[in-house]
Design a protein around this ligand. Structure first.
Ligand code: G1P
Ligand code: ZN
Length: 551
């Protein structure tokens, strides 16, 4: 379709502001029927566009994780972007772009930003979740100053603009023109695959994956990484095609919950916890930014994974000269802190959410970042990156020729082990969850010095973060109770849920003694788990006997 030269009518549609369009930890997430209400998506997109000035010389990248409503949303956004007057739109073929691929494209093409359509690891389908997130020119999630401006716009919006155009064919790679805008449907994988080839030792990884005695299993969970994994692991690196399971993306993720953890990646977990199972297992989430790493009969916690990647970074060509620093979100365990200390590099503790890493990466203060929520990444883009983490582990295994289990136990022997767990209470009553948090907040000043069995509280506070780059302050980022032996209990409410409230309780205990490193995590943390219950009265407020998900 070429509409260049043809006058395209731009309609201005009157609308009424919605009151519930405040972006959360990762953009605006709601149930699909909410997004399907007349004007709902349009209002939010216009609120994003209204934060941008003249875009007649700018490129916008658009793509999503392929979940239900992805295609319809992209058609709407294209027509609104043409009305806004972008010079160029880059759209992933069939509307598909993983979040890391979108970040790659924004940076490579010096776009003004990107729009990612995803609700990450939340289930999809007509009654599932949908989401929209704006990334800025550095390729990362918009910082709070921008999301606040978007939210302010949503509250006062009275009109949006849309070009009168037929639907675009999203499936064919092609360039077309509409009004003043060039619309390019591009390969969803190519640029991202090329970037991975520049970071890692593909020769070493390829030899490993071709070995008969090495087993690799990747679970794409019927989400966006299927085509990326096939290109990278099978076509570029020579792994057998059967190394990828659930590799065909589906609008409802095959009815599953595309969250790579022990509870939801069941097929992978079953096959890895077999004495004859593969050597490395991994999974990624709906939009491809999360990762779970497993060895044979062995689960690597995301916090430990970040520490291992940091300790072995110089084995990877792109990080051969060492790391500038490491950043982790506050609730993430301090395993990476031990590595940073030994390497003599700074460690930054940020609030939850990838957007807080952006400034540190842009200022070249850190090279690696990670979150306990199955996210890790580096300065190569400005999002966390699931397949990058898998390639990083493959690169380490290819060089060290050791099992995941051996690498992990040797790591603990050297640095000590941070036993760590997260207990989630999902979809609890929002008012009760709020009451729990306020009651605990009120107790915080009296906790310091108090003894609970073997544990003495060192200090307790509400975490706030002063960004060392732009001096912005993020308050109210979770409640933490720190003990004199380095143990911690952290509580916060999720900012990505779409129904009720989700309470997250993070529990950590540092153990130096190698005799104890083989213990079961939940057992090792029993006393602290009980202590969290006593102090925060979780059962009382949530009405739940136990968490809904333990990771
Ligand atoms: C969750 C994770 C957080 C992650 C975010 C987006 O946010 O805890 O680390 O950055 O998803 O993937 P939460 O629901 O806790 O606000
Ligand atoms: Zn995600």
């Amino acid at each position: 379709m070429t509409n260049q030269g043809i006058a395209v009518t731009i309609h201005t549609i009157s609308t009424q502001a919605f009151t519930d369009q405040k972006p959360g930890t990762s953009g605006l997430r709601k149930r699909v029927p909410v997004f399907q209400q007349p004007h709902y998506l349009e209002n939010f997109v216009q609120a994003i566009f209204d934060t941008l000035g003249d875009v007649s010389r700018d490129t916008l990248v658009i793509g999503g994780d392929g979940r239900y409503y992805n295609r319809q949303a992209i058609q709407i956004i294209i027509k609104m972007a043409v009305a806004k007057g972008f010079q160029r739109l880059l759209i992933g073929q069939s509307g598909i772009l993983s979040t890391p691929a979108l970040s790659t494209l924004v940076r490579k093409h010096q776009a003004i930003g990107g729009i990612a359509l995803s609700a990450s690891h939340n289930p999809g389908g007509p009654d599932g979740d949908f989401g929209i997130k704006f990334n800025t020119a550095n390729g990362g999630p918009a910082p709070e100053s921008v999301t606040d401006a978007i939210y302010a716009n949503t509250k006062t919006l009275t009109r949006y603009q849309v070009a009168d155009l037929p639907d675009f064919n999203l499936d064919r790679l092609q360039t077309s023109h509409a009004h003043n805008t060039q619309v390019d449907i591009i390969d969803s994988v190519a640029d991202y695959g090329a970037l991975m080839g520049k970071i890692f030792d593909f020769d070493a990884i390829s030899s490993l994956l071709r070995r008969e005695d090495f087993g690799f299993l990747f679970d794409a969970m019927h989400a966006v990484t299927g085509p990326y994994a096939r290109t990278l692991f099978v076509d570029m690196l020579g792994a057998p095609a059967y190394s990828i399971i659930n590799g065909v993306p589906r609008e409802d993720f095959g009815g599953g919950h595309p969250d790579p953890n022990l509870a939801h990646a069941q097929e992978l977990v079953t096959r890895m916890f077999d004495p004859h199972g593969p050597d490395l297992g991994a999974a990624s989430d709906g939009d491809g930014d999360r990762n779970m790493i497993l060895g044979r009969e062995f689960f690597v916690t995301p916090s430990d994974s970040l520490a291992v990647l940091a300790a072995h970074a110089t084995l990877v060509p792109a990080y051969r000269d060492g790391l500038k620093g490491i950043a982790r979100s506050m609730p993430t365990s301090a395993a990476a802190d031990q590595v940073a200390r030994e390497l003599g590099i700074p460690l930054f503790e940020t609030p939850t959410g990838w957007k807080y890493f952006g400034n540190l990466l842009d200022a070249d203060k850190v090279t690696l970042c990670g979150e306990e929520s199955f996210g890790s990444g580096s300065n190569h883009i400005r999002e966390k990156d699931g397949l990058w983490a898998v390639l990083f582990w493959l690169n380490i295994l290819a060089v060290k020729q050791q099992s995941v289990h051996t690498i992990m136990t040797e790591h603990w022997r050297r640095y000590g082990r941070n036993f760590y767990t997260r207990h989630d209470y999902e979809e609890v009553d929002a008012a009760n969850a709020g009451a729990l948090m306020s009651a605990l907040t009120q107790q915080l000043p009296e906790l310091a010095g108090k003894k609970f069995g073997a544990f003495t509280v060192d200090f307790a506070d509400e975490f706030s973060y002063l960004d060392p780059v732009d001096q912005s302050v993020a308050r109210n980022q979770g409640l933490r109770i720190l003990f004199t032996d380095g143990s911690r209990i952290v509580l916060r409410l999720s900012g990505t849920g779409t129904a009720g409230a989700t309470l997250r309780v993070y529990i950590e205990n540092y153990v130096r003694d190698p005799q104890r490193h083989g213990e079961d995590t939940q057992k090792a943390l029993t006393a602290l788990i009980g202590l969290a219950e006593n102090v925060a009265r979780i059962r009382h407020y949530t009405g739940r006997e136990r968490p809904s998900v333990i990771t």
